[in-house]
Design a protein around this ligand. Structure first.
Ligand code: ZN
Length: 183
């Protein structure tokens, strides 16, 4: 899995003659607003075990919990206090994005949308972010970090008509406290 923020999320220019796996990924994207398999914070023992085995500072690629559903929502294995929305296809995670919301401040943050290279330009990022916004109505949406130059086109495309437009914004004190409390 690599960062795909430079990928164009637009769905209007899909290449002709889609391969079967890309067609399957597009079908997964279409399911993003349906029921998502949810694992509540602290209930996924594999994540908990991984955190114990591999503290955040040790680096390395975190293990992902894969639920038996096209879309899943779990505790982020990378960011304490954050959620991870991910898409699965044939038992493989093909997309993931971390997000965090603060109801009192009316703000949501997303970080690091990443798509497996073979499944880029299938609309997964756009569908996932739209689903998360629908589930948390009334928020303005931001990213945490500054956008790298090669990801600006992605965020401009994905943030059009979205309150906040996914511009960078620091965490509020509520969110900051949640991300620094030990699970
Ligand atoms: Zn807040």
């Amino acid at each position: 899995m690599t960062d795909n923020q430079s990928a164009d999320p637009a769905d209007g220019d899909r290449p002709a003659g889609l391969s079967q796996h890309r067609r399957a990924a597009i079908n997964v994207a279409a399911l993003a607003d349906r029921v998502v398999a949810v694992a509540e914070p602290g209930t996924t023992w594999r994540t908990a075990l991984w955190r114990w085995l591999r503290p955040r500072s040790s680096g390395g690629w975190p293990e992902h919990v894969t639920l038996d559903a096209p879309w899943q929502d779990t505790a982020s294995p990378e960011r304490p206090g954050w959620r991870e929305r991910a898409a699965n296809l044939d038992g493989q995670q093909i997309f993931a994005v971390d997000y965090l919301t603060c109801a009192p401040c009316g703000i949501g943050w997303v970080e690091q949308p990443a798509t497996e290279p073979d499944y880029r330009r299938c609309g997964l990022a756009r569908a996932a972010l739209a689903a998360v916004r629908t589930e948390h109505p009334g928020l303005t949406w931001h990213t945490l970090g500054r956008h790298l130059s090669d990801s600006r086109a992605f965020w401009i495309a994905i943030g059009t008509d979205v309150p906040g437009s996914y511009t960078p914004r620091r965490l509020c004190h509520h969110a900051h406290a949640r991300t620094h409390s030990r699970v």
